[in-house]
Design a protein around this ligand. Structure first.
Ligand SMILES: [Mg+2]
Length: 348
């Protein structure tokens, strides 16, 4: 089986009536690039990389895939997906394989594994070897722009759907506002639902320790991205100073970034993002490496690719998702969702 064609398709997203906001960014929703890999056997694999913010992102990424990455994989065999992953990293190194290039590599890496799963008629987790059939999921629903009533209503909705944990954004100008936010959500969800807090890189290390002690006292599940994503010294300091687990990784790139954080004891829970990690090949590597350091893996973002990866990780902790929309294949049972059983990364 070899690759005869690679196509890219830009998908635009119309911003919703309310623009979601965290402590760092506004997220109007700006579309994605979908790639399709066609093989001589008729098997087709797909992958996608989304942009939550940058309007020009999808066009720039589609051009990068067309002009730089596509020529590297045309005519090649999907069965050598790990070699192709290395080739794409090496070829983009000249201008920087971290950033937009990683988004493109991730989309193609996803499509390559999807081809292999479909060619064998099995979900990708069966190619890799499974551990779990269900994974605990939490709902990321507490955006910063919501007022008290809005955040309470959406958190309550998540609990009604069967979620046993919700994540909320913090990082307001003052500690008192952050504390108040957690209290408001606690009143809505009750004592038995977990609350994760996420400050999206907005604080200094000193302030993150101060606020982290309060979140610890309030029993929050984890303290996510309190400081700049690349501040490894700061993260090591936080992990030492606080008992609440420090979660980070959605803005780290490749196994190498995670290796540095794990070696320094600078992260308690790894949270790789499919696009920034560089696709399922990298997610598997990061997850396995974290397991060796006895650190749990919680996905950044949800979807069938992350679920297939987590099915194979002994240290899988939580899938991140939003509210489950009507008609979704995801089914919550006791706070867990099922691993997809369709070929490749399809739901089945
Ligand atoms: Mg986050």
């Amino acid at each position: 089986m070899h690759i005869t064609q690679v196509t890219t398709q830009i998908r635009r997203q119309t911003p919703g009536p309310t623009i979601k906001r965290d402590a760092l960014q506004s997220l109007p929703g700006s579309g994605s690039v979908r790639v399709e890999i066609v093989t001589n056997t008729g098997v087709i694999g797909t992958g996608e990389a989304g942009f939550g913010r940058i309007a020009g992102g999808p066009d720039a990424l589609a051009a990068l895939i067309e002009h730089e990455l596509k020529p590297l994989i045309l005519g090649q065999e999907p069965v050598f997906v790990r070699k192709l992953h290395q080739t794409m990293l090496a070829e983009t190194e000249y201008h920087g394989s971290q950033g937009l290039a990683t988004f493109g590599i991730a989309a193609l890496d996803t499509a390559l594994w999807d081809c292999l799963g479909r060619a064998n008629g099995v979900p990708c987790w069966q190619l890799w070897g499974g551990v779990h059939t269900r994974i605990p999921a939490y709902a990321m629903v507490g955006w910063l722009n919501y007022d008290d009533a809005e955040v309470q209503a959406i958190c309550q909705q998540a609990v009604d759907q069967g979620f046993q944990a919700v994540k909320i954004k913090v990082g307001y100008p003052t500690l008192a506002q952050d504390i108040r936010r957690v209290e408001v959500v606690r009143r809505a969800v009750g004592d038995d639902v977990g609350i994760m807090v996420d400050a999206n890189q907005s604080l200094t290390a000193a302030e993150a320790v101060r606020r982290g002690r309060e979140f610890e006292r309030m029993g929050c599940v984890w303290w996510e991205e309190p400081i700049a994503a690349d501040d490894i010294d700061g993260y090591a300091e936080l992990a030492r100073a606080l008992d609440i687990p420090i979660a980070t990784g959605e803005n780290l790139y490749s196994e190498k970034d995670f290796a540095r954080f794990l070696r320094r004891d600078a992260v308690d829970i790894v949270q790789p993002d499919l696009r920034r990690a560089g696709g399922p090949t990298a997610l598997l590597g990061i997850g396995t490496m974290a397991a060796a350091f006895r650190r749990p893996y919680a996905s950044h973002g949800g979807g069938p690719v992350q679920l297939n990866v987590m099915a194979c990780l002994t240290n899988a902790l939580y899938l991140e998702t939003g509210l489950i929309p009507p008609g979704s294949p995801l089914q919550l049972e006791e706070g867990t969702v099922q691993i997809p059983n369709g070929p490749g990364f399809s739901w089945g």
